[in-house]
Design a protein around this ligand. Structure first.
Ligand SMILES: Cc1ncc(COP(=O)(O)O)c(C=O)c1O
Length: 393
């Protein structure tokens, strides 16, 4: 039986019946697993070395029943064979790239990716002998031209953080397939409600599950979804690098995932309304939202996405201080990093980046940029609040 998305969000990955007849998946709060005797260990080792997919593990760094339920659910929502859960989105990204690439290999990355992913490539992977070429996300010719004999993979986000640029996934996959490269897509901003990169032929999809998948601003986690063979390689690396999610965070994530479809549809609708309102306000210079016809990649976004997500970025018509005044005038959203939860959160990205203007400029972020991550509050309240905050500057 092939269930629809929201049915999968509730039921996929969950054992049925569950231990003790419980309705919810228990938090198996253990760091290790014990054996009755040596014969049981030998049987476990025989099955493991024969390559059986075991439900049983011997130690919490290799798995946990609460984590397994999350992995099963997200694999189903993304249409992948398997998923692997991590302690954070960055742990998922760094472990995946660490598993795929070796010293001497070359990676192509969209220039607009999340700044910490960029830092991973520039500040760390170079030290491990892996070189990265950054290409503009909308320049597929530059991507094709960047391929070298030692290129192994292409990494992109879509939509990107914070400018909401879109990667043309079919064309990215076409470039990759022509050269036998792996494709990795950070789909944190889209969620599987709006986009399923594997359906476009991507090899791996990654999420910061801290954001929409968890949805309640109360956990950190990351997840990778893809084929059994690629995930076996990444699972081995996770066991060594050690970035597993805790059973308790896995439980919170499992609970959050059940309402993913409801939350993201609401956030899509509200963000579209906020974006349209902002575009019509004289104190706003420019709005970045793929659901607006003014977005340079609106047609591409419409072709590959079924909704445009809950983040709206915009430039205030003014300098850094006028932008801060606007942020300080807002009454409903919290001020801070992160996005994707039930509470709206707003930030002026340069403020949390650095106090040094040169460093801020190098990061490519404008002083007057605002990133507004829409929660599930009533959109009328959010718009009235935006209106008073803009009118007050
Ligand atoms: C697009 C994107 N990818 C990855 C990450 C990193 O995720 P985490 O904070 O869970 O490590 C973030 C965090 O903001 C993000 O926005």
């Amino acid at each position: 039986m092939t269930n629809q998305f929201s049915t999968q969000a509730v039921h996929a990955g969950e054992e049925r019946p569950k231990p003790h007849g419980a309705l919810t998946t228990p938090i198996v709060q253990t760091s290790t697993y014990t054996f009755q005797d040596t014969a049981e260990i030998l049987d476990f080792m025989r099955r493991k070395e024969a390559g059986d997919e075991l439900q049983q593990v011997d130690y919490g760094r290799y798995g946990n029943p609460t984590q397994n339920a999350v992995e099963g659910k997200v694999a189903s929502l993304e249409g992948g064979e398997r998923a692997l859960l991590f302690a954070s989105g960055m742990s998922a990204i760094s472990t995946t790239l660490g598993a795929l690439l070796s010293a001497g290999d070359h990676l192509i990355m969209a220039r607009e990716v999340y700044h910490r992913t960029h830092d991973l490539a520039v500040d760390y992977m170079t030290r491990w002998g892996i070189e990265t070429t950054f290409v503009p996300i909308d320049d597929l010719a530059a991507m094709a031209a960047a391929v070298r004999p030692e290129t192994r993979a292409i990494f992109s986000e879509t939509p990107t953080n914070p400018y909401l640029s879109i990667m043309d996934l079919p064309r990215m996959v076409e470039v990759a397939r022509a050269h036998d490269l792996a494709t990795v897509v950070d789909s944190t901003f889209a969620t599987p409600v709006n986009l399923r990169p594997l359906d476009f032929g991507a090899d791996l999809v990654i999420h910061s599950a801290t954001k929409y998948l968890g949805g309640h601003n109360d956990l950190l986690a990351g997840i990778v979804v893809g084929s059994r063979s690629l995930l076996a390689q990444i699972e081995e690396a996770r066991g060594v690098l050690g970035g597993v999610a805790s059973p308790h965070d896995a439980y919170l994530l499992l609970r959050g995932l059940k309402t993913l479809d409801l939350r993201v549809h609401r956030q899509n609708e509200s963000a579209q309304r906020l974006a349209q309102f902002l575009e019509g306000h004289t104190a706003v210079h420019r709005v970045y939202y793929p659901g607006l016809t003014s977005h340079p990649q609106h047609d591409l976004a419409r072709e590959q996405m079924s909704g445009f997500g809950g983040v709206v970025s915009f430039d205030i018509d003014g300098d850094i201080d006028r932008t801060s005044s606007f942020i300080d005038n807002l009454r409903v959203p919290y001020i801070g990093p992160t996005l994707g939860g039930v509470e709206s959160i707003v930030q002026q990205p340069v403020m949390l980046l650095s106090l040094d203007p040169a460093e801020r400029e190098a990061a490519g972020l404008k002083d007057n940029l605002v990133r507004y991550a829409v929660g599930i509050e009533d959109p009328e309240d959010l718009i009235a609040d935006l209106n008073q905050a803009l009118d007050g500057i």
